[in-house]
Ligand binder design. Structure first.
Ligand SMILES: [Zn+2]
Ligand SMILES: [Zn+2]
Ligand SMILES: [Zn+2]
Length: 602
């Protein structure tokens, strides 16, 4: 600005403690970045006293003064006073600073002991606490090319060592000082090293906006593998070190796909990077770990449950990926038909009883239970508690209670006891209740309120049979169970390459259909394979359901003999539409193939 000021009484700036300039008292700007002409003119016309001071600065040797000014532990003016004091008394600079009361002895010792490493720091082999980075904000660190490397407590204050590509960036130091509440000690490090270190932590958004190609070259295998899995809509990602390579597999629509393996050389880097990214402890290598992180890709938010597992050739990393936007579905989106929704709604509105949601492993049981939970919660009229071994994602207005580790009866029983204090109206067990202990508990609970529980089973009758095997009395089973919903996921034919054809009744018969079933089919469809379905002929999966409500006659037979061979016939007589019938309908409607029907072994 044009304000004229007395340069002699103005304060020195802290930009560069060996060549400072004066700070204008009106606009608070120094003229470090002014043209050389201006500086020359300024110093030429400056009073001798000022020049002496300047001389004093440039003659101050050793990094201590500079480090203290850069760290904003003292001002440039204080440094000048100390330098003068030093000259007058012959003391050391540090002692002078303490004597003048600018810093305390402890801070001085800290700076002295760190002096060697203070100005230049290599980040190779450095171990940084990820929490430090997140406490300041990884994206901010990345943008400013800074890396918090160490935090230490002195009695008076906390010291944060901050690696910076530009240690003279006072604004950034101020910011970090504010958010961390620490005295920041800046050290100089290479920008590439800082950025490479931060890469696993930054959000994909800033990773997408990486500008220079040099930055793009920085290794980020882990991030790119995960992003690929997210983009492809994978539900699981498996990274498994083998003897000579690293296998990468993802599950899409329930099918496991191999993608190109990665070279063994990058294994340690890849695993380290992924563990940081997934908030697993990268230095704990000989124990299995579990973590949950929320990841973003574009607008989508994903809940990721990660596991690391030591194996013979290194650590396996597996990810379970849940897309929040599409995970919770409405009844219609689940694929339930109108009459099925009505039946489901009516049993779910009861005050007591047991609704069993069953499916084989990997056939969408969890999705269905969470979706029912969400639908019930949205009605907002009842208090809903979900008892979970492993929470998959948060559901609004549902109290989600941890049952502890599976097979830990102690923890489970403690959690169940807490139920009475919560006094729910609906209690949901999203995991398969496949232990005798849990099964007995849910039958007990279902007398007091509505219980919805998962159970791994291939069909409704098998689900009931499993309860028998677990020691529940057949009478209790049929008196409490109001509905068994069993589901199966089948692959859908790709709509872009579907072809219709026909098969003779005889060949249908040979493929395992009953003569009656064979007669009912007059066309079959399949996908030829095209670009949109990666030449698979299938795209996506759809759930088929059987909803079983025991009739009085069925109950009588079941109590008499739960192994009665005629139970299935009786259930069909009572109105059950079996999974086999549902799957065959899907074949007739051209939704799926005969091959998929056979594979389902209904
Ligand atoms: Zn000014
Ligand atoms: Zn300056
Ligand atoms: Zn296709």
């Amino acid at each position: 600005c044009l304000g004229e000021y007395d340069a002699l009484s103005a304060v020195w700036c802290s930009c560069n403690p060996t060549h400072p300039t004066k700070v204008c008292p009106f606009c608070l700007q120094c003229f470090c970045s002014a043209p050389k002409d201006y500086k020359d003119k300024f110093f030429k016309s400056a009073p001798k006293e000022l020049l002496d001071d300047f001389e004093m600065f440039s003659q101050s040797r050793g990094p201590l003064g500079e480090a203290l000014v850069r760290a904003k532990a003292i001002t440039a003016d204080q440094l000048l006073q100390a330098l003068k004091h030093q000259k007058a008394t012959g003391r050391k600079l540090g002692e002078s600073l303490v004597e003048l009361g600018y810093i305390d002895q402890e801070t001085l010792s800290y700076f002295l002991s760190h002096q060697k490493s203070v100005m230049q720091m290599s980040l190779k082999d450095l171990e940084v606490d990820p929490m430090l980075i997140t406490s300041i904000g990884a994206d901010y660190c990345y943008e400013k090319a800074i890396l918090p490397v160490n935090r230490e407590s002195l009695s008076q204050k906390e010291i944060l060592t901050l690696a910076m590509a530009q240690p003279s960036d006072g604004e950034t130091i101020d910011y970090v000082q504010n958010v961390s509440g620490c005295q920041v000690v800046p050290v100089q490090s290479k920008k590439e090293e800082i950025l490479a270190y931060l890469m696993p932590f930054i959000s994909t958004k800033s990773a997408d906006s990486l500008e220079s190609s040099a930055q793009k070259e920085i290794t980020q295998h882990g991030l790119s593998v995960i992003r690929k899995a997210l983009a492809k809509g994978a539900s699981d990602l498996y990274i498994e070190p083998l003897e000579n390579e690293i296998s990468v597999q993802m599950r899409i629509d329930g099918i496991l796909y191999k993608t190109s393996p990665m070279p063994k050389e990058i294994q340690s880097l890849l695993v380290h990077e992924m563990k940081l990214l997934l908030k697993l402890d990268p230095f704990l290598k000989d124990k299995p770990q579990e973590s949950r992180v929320v990841m973003k890709s574009g607008e989508q938010k994903y809940d990721v449950i990660a596991h690391s597992l030591p194996t013979r050739y290194g650590e396996n990393i597996t990810l379970k990926i849940i897309n929040r936007a599409t995970f919770l579905k409405s009844y219609e989106q689940l694929g339930l038909k109108n009459d099925e929704i009505l039946l489901l709604r009516s049993v779910l509105s009861a005050n007591t009883g047991l609704v069993v949601i069953s499916a084989p492993v990997l056939h969408g049981m969890t999705t269905t239970i969470y979706s029912l939970m969400n639908e019930m919660a949205q009605e907002g009229t009842r208090k809903i508690v979900s008892m979970e071994f492993q929470s998959v994602c948060p559901v609004p207005q549902v109290t989600q209670v941890s049952l502890g580790m599976k097979n830990n009866e102690q923890a489970t029983s403690t959690a169940l006891k807490a139920l009475s204090t919560i006094q729910p109206e609906v209690c949901i067990f999203a995991d398969s209740v496949d232990t005798t202990y849990l099964a007995k508990e849910i039958f007990k609970l279902s007398a007091s309120f509505l219980v919805v529980a998962g159970l791994e089973a291939r069909n409704s009758l098998e689900a009931l049979d499993k309860f028998v095997e677990m020691g529940i009395s057949p009478a209790d089973i049929v008196s409490q169970t109001t509905l068994v919903l069993n589901q199966r996921l089948i692959r859908k034919i790709c709509p872009d390459c579907r072809q219709e054809g026909s098969l003779s009744e005889r060949s249908l018969y040979l493929m395992g259909l009953t003569p009656q079933e064979a007669k009912s089919i007059n066309k079959v469809s399949q996908g030829e394979g095209c670009q949109n379905c990666s030449k698979l002929g299938y795209r996506g999966r759809v759930a088929i359901f059987e909803l079983f409500t025991p009739t009085p006659e069925f109950k009588k037979m079941f109590v008499k003999n739960p192994k009665d061979k005629n139970l299935e016939k009786e259930s069909i007589k009572g109105g059950l539409k079996t999974l086999r019938q549902k799957a065959l309908e899907a074949v007739k409607e051209g939704i799926t193939t005969l091959e998929e029907f056979q594979k389902g072994n209904f």
